[in-house]
Ligand binder design. Structure first.
Ligand code: NAD
Ligand code: MG
Length: 397
C-alpha cells in the first residue's frame, strides 16, 4: 500500500489568479492537501466564500479594515482565526501549522512573508518573482541556511526545473548544461509597431493571448519586463548568468522552456498554457497528480514558431539584464520603478511606451549600493518608488 504524505498548505494571495488555481488543484485532492491559511489584501467577499469551502485555521487580510469586515462576516465559522495587517502575513507564513506555502502575492509586498516561509524551512512554492528579483543572493542564502525546499511555479522556471537533473538544480555548472532556452509568448503587442505602442490601453495590455493572469503580470508580459524579471529569477534559482540564457519568443506558449546539454540534446517541457500544471507539480513533487488541465492536442496546434525578442520596441528585457549585471540594489530599484510605472499605466496616468523610460530614468537617478541586508533592499525599494513617481509626474498623460 502506498502512503500519501498529507500536506498542510498556506496560500499567500489566495484570491488572485495563482491563488485560485492552487485552490482548484487542492480541491481535487482532499486526501493529499488541507489548507492552513488563506490570505488576501482587500477582497472580503471572495475570502468569505473560500473560508467556507476550505475551513483554514487562519484567514488574513493585509488591510486591517478588511480584516474587521471578514471577522464579522465569518461569525458563523468560529474555527477560523481572522488576523489583519502585514505582520500577520509573515506570522502565518512562518507558522508551524503548515509545511507548504504558496507564495502568490503580487509584487515587492510579497517578499517579507515569502522570506518568513523560507526561514521556517518549509516547502515554498515560488510564484511571486519580484521577491527573488529584489533580493536574489540574500534570498538564496536564506534558502541554503534553512534548508527550505523552494520549487519554482513560474511556468518557465518550473519547465526548466523539470528538464534538469533533480540533484543539479542549484548547481548547474558541471551538469553538462550549455544553455537555457527561456520561452516568451511575446505578449499582446508582439506585432504592434513602436508608434502604435503609444496608444494602447490598459484593457488591451491585460488581454493576454494565451494566459489568464493578474493585471500587473499581464502588463509585464506586454512590455516584456516579465521576461526580464524571469531572466533574473532564472539566474538566482539555477545559479547561472544571463549569457547562458537565450530568450525565444514562442507565440503558441506550449513549450514552457528548454534546457540544452553538451551532447546536443535539448529537453523541453510542453503543456497547455494553464498554471495548474506547474502548481500541481510543485504541490505534489516528486509525484505527479491530476490537475484538471486539458490534454495537449498537438494535431490541433499544428505548428510551433520561434523568433528573437525585439529589444528596440520592448527595451525592458535589456534593462533587466543590465540591472542584473550592475548588481547590488539595482534589480530592487528596477522592480520598484516597474511596479510604480505599471500602476500609473493601469490607472491611466502613464503611456504604455513610457514604462521603460521611467525604469531607465529611475535606475540612472538612484545610486547602486551593495545589497548587504534586507533593510538596505527595502530602503532602496522605497527610494526607487519616490524617484519613479517624480518621473511619472513629469511624463504624466
Ligand atoms: P493577482 O493580482 O491575480 O493576485 C494577487 C494576490 O495578492 C491577491 O490575492 C491579492 O489579494 C494579493 N495582494 C495584492 N496586494 C497585496 C498586499 N499589499 N498585501 C497582501 N496581499 C496582497 O496576481 P497573480 O497573477 O496571481 O500573480 C501573483 C504572483 O505570481 C505575481 O508575483 C506574478 O508575477 C506571479 N506569477 C503569476 C502567474 C499567473 O499566471 N498569474 C504566472 C507566473 C508567476
Ligand atoms: Mg512565466
Amino acid at each position: 500500500m502506498v502512503t500519501i504524505v498529507k500536506r498542510r498548505v498556506s496560500i499567500l494571495g489566495a484570491t488572485g489568479s495563482i491563488g485560485l488555481s492552487t485552490l482548484d488543484v487542492i480541491r481535487r485532492h482532499p486526501d493529499r492537501f488541507s489548507v492552513s491559511a488563506l490570505t488576501a489584501s482587500t477582497s472580503v467577499d471572495s475570502m468569505v466564500e473560500l473560508c467556507h469551502e476550505f475551513r483554514p485555521r487562519y484567514a488574513v487580510m493585509a488591510d486591517e479594515n478588511a480584516a474587521a469586515e471578514l471577522s464579522r462576516a465569518l461569525g458563523d465559522l468560529p474555527s477560523v482565526a481572522v488576523l489583519g495587517g502585514s505582520e500577520a502575513l509573515c506570522q502565518v507564513a512562518g507558522d508551524g501549522d503548515s509545511d507548504t506555502v504558496m507564495a502568490a502575492i503580487v509584487g515587492a509586498v510579497g517578499l517579507p512573508p515569502t522570506l518568513a516561509a523560507v526561514r521556517a524551512g518549509k516547502r515554498v512554492l515560488l510564484a511571486n518573482k519580484e521577491a527573488l528579483v529584489m533580493s536574489g543572493k540574500l534570498f538564496m542564502d536564506a534558502v541554503l541556511a534553512s534548508g527550505a525546499d523552494v520549487l519554482p511555479i513560474d511556468s518557465e522556471h518550473n519547465a526548466i526545473f523539470q528538464c534538469m537533473p533533480p540533484d543539479k538544480i542549484r548547481d548547474t555548472r558541471g551538469a553538462g548544461i550549455t544553455r537555457i532556452l527561456l520561452t516568451a509568448s511575446g505578449g499582446p503587442f508582439r506585432t504592434h509597431s513602436a508608434e502604435s505602442l503609444r496608444n494602447v490601453l490598459p484593457a488591451e495590455a491585460c488581454n493576454h493571448p494565451n494566459w489568464s493572469m493578474g493585471q500587473k503580470i499581464s502588463v509585464d508580459s506586454a512590455t516584456l519586463m516579465n521576461k526580464g524579471l524571469e531572466l533574473i529569477e532564472a539566474c538566482w534559482l539555477f545559479n547561472t548568468t544571463p549569457e547562458m540564457i537565450e530568450v525565444h519568443v514562442h507565440p503558441e506558449s506550449i513549450i514552457h522552456s528548454m534546457v540544452e546539454y553538451a551532447d546536443g540534446s535539448v529537453l523541453a517541457q510542453l503543456g497547455s498554457p494553464d498554471m495548474r500544471t506547474p502548481i500541481a507539480n510543485g504541490l505534489a513533487w516528486p509525484e505527479r497528480i491530476e490537475a484538471g488541465v486539458a490534454p495537449l492536442d498537438l494535431f490541433r496546434i499544428g505548428q510551433f514558431h520561434f523568433e528573437r525578442p525585439d529589444l528596440e520596441r520592448f527595451p525592458c528585457l535589456k534593462l533587466a539584464a543590465e540591472a542584473f549585471h550592475k548588481g547590488g540594489t539595482a534589480p530592487a530599484v528596477m522592480n520598484a520603478a516597474n511596479e510604480e510605472a505599471v500602476s500609473a499605466f493601469l490607472s491611466g496616468n502613464l503611456c504604455f511606451a513610457d514604462i521603460p523610460l521611467i525604469i531607465e530614468r529611475t535606475l540612472a537617478a538612484t545610486e547602486v549600493v551593495p545589497a548587504d541586508s534586507f533593510d538596505t533592499i527595502f530602503a532602496k525599494d522605497a527610494e526607487g518608488r519616490v524617484v519613479a513617481r517624480e518621473q511619472i509626474r513629469a511624463l504624466a498623460v
